[in-house]
Design a binder for this molecule. Structure first.
Ligand code: GMT
Length: 373
């Protein structure tokens, strides 16, 4: 099939899923056209069947706010016509589903069919901000197909927007051959002594991630167990995180790595992964950690319970219950047998439930179904 994919090209779960999906589809012989304002950050330099089309952002002086959705829609229409796209798959409702709707109006054709994948904050944060409510609801309703990355997100979307529309749940996936604990990662000794455990967190450091909870959990764990905290990513909460680390006097045990490429080499160094978010629609970072054989300590909110099996591949706590998370982390880290069994279960779950070879065909089947409607 000829497939257009639009996503946010910067670091972040939805961009990662869209890019990895495009790469896999291209490997399987589909022609994949990315349409975005810059090259998606996980896109390889060159791969057969993969194309990138840049959306211009006009800086004409009259435009205090450049109308990105309009240039996006124009580019979507151009690429759809030129490359006879069958499917235009947009990730994140705002503004991508709206751009796709406009592109279809420009084209005045039945093809391409528009599929919108909802990732989470497009619904939980952006979508129900009153100023975006109607356009989000409209753009979802006008899509030919809609998918959500978890049952939680499907329920939430239907409730928030009072939608009757069918939403297909296709969970996120991980390439378990890449996020593989048996591959030797970057040198562990660069970050921690042999006897020290490594706790890991990776996110875009937005308030929803509760990075301060990550640091407080580590602070309690570190009082009992020689350990290091590795923080991967960057974002608006980075400065607060840095201040808290200094206040708690654990700066010598905390490693801020910032945004990184090749995170599979870093995440595999962890003994435990911390994700105490307010609400994750899925928690792709947790899945990538599990694929590396790293158990997850997170919160029993949102879609995370669909990924992490409480008491088997990690532990899930009430929101903000830092003491419980620290207690469970210590329990695991001092019991080598238990830790190993959790590590094995985490890897097994990722391989058996969320491997890209299992999930990508679900998208292909869904494309076919929508294309034939
Ligand atoms: O995590 C973020 O804030 C970024 C966001 C995105 O759209 O890039 O992530 C969302 O989509 C990911 C991929 O489907 C999910 O794994 C994350 O759970 C979800 N984030 C939230 O729901 C907060």
């Amino acid at each position: 099939m000829n497939i257009g994919i639009t996503c946010y090209p910067v670091a972040g779960g939805s961009g990662v899923v869209a890019t990895e999906l495009g790469i896999k589809l291209a490997q399987k012989g589909h022609q994949v056209h990315f349409i975005a304002y810059s090259t998606p950050f996980r896109l390889p330099h060159y791969q057969e069947n993969l194309f990138f089309h840049q959306v211009e952002v006009s800086n004409y002086p009259l435009f205090k706010y450049p109308p990105y959705t309009l240039t996006l829609a124009t580019k979507m229409a151009e690429v759809s016509a030129l490359w006879s796209l069958d499917i235009l798959h947009v990730h994140y409702a705002i503004p991508h589903a709206t751009g796709a709707y406009l592109a279809k109006k420009i084209l005045k054709k039945d093809k391409p069919k528009v599929i919108t994948t909802l990732h989470g904050t497009d619904i939980t944060l952006v979508g129900n901000d009153k100023s975006f409510f109607h356009i989000t609801k409209f753009s979802i309703e006008e899509s030919n197909g809609v998918t959500a990355v978890s049952e939680f997100l499907k329920r939430k979307t239907k409730e928030e927007f009072e939608l009757d529309k069918e939403i297909e749940v296709i969970p996120n996936f991980v390439e378990t051959k890449k996020f593989d604990p048996s591959k030797p990662p970057s040198k562990r000794e660069r970050f921690a002594q042999k006897e020290e455990k490594i706790l890991m967190h990776m996110s875009n450091f937005r308030p929803v991630k509760r990075v301060e909870d990550v640091i407080r959990v580590f602070y309690l764990v570190n009082q009992k167990i020689p350990s290091k905290l590795m923080l991967v990513g960057d974002g608006p909460e980075s400065s607060r995180a840095l201040s808290l680390v200094q206040k708690l006097e654990i700066a010598d045990r905390t490693i801020f790595l910032g945004e990184q490429c090749g995170v599979e080499n870093i995440v595999c160094l962890g003994d435990l992964f911390l994700l105490p978010s307010n609400s994750e629609s899925f928690g792709l970072a947790a899945l990538e950690a599990m694929s590396c054989g790293v158990p997850v300590i997170g919160t029993k909110t949102g879609g995370l319970p669909e990924v992490v099996i409480d008491g088997e591949t990690g532990y899930l706590a009430n929101l903000g219950d830092v003491d419980f998370m620290a207690k469970k982390a210590i329990e695991l880290l001092i019991d080598e047998n238990k830790l190993n069994s959790f590590k094995q279960s985490a890897r097994k779950t990722a391989v058996e439930k969320f491997d890209s070879d299992l999930i990508v065909p679900l998208y292909e089947r869904y494309y076919q179904r929508v294309a034939n409607c």
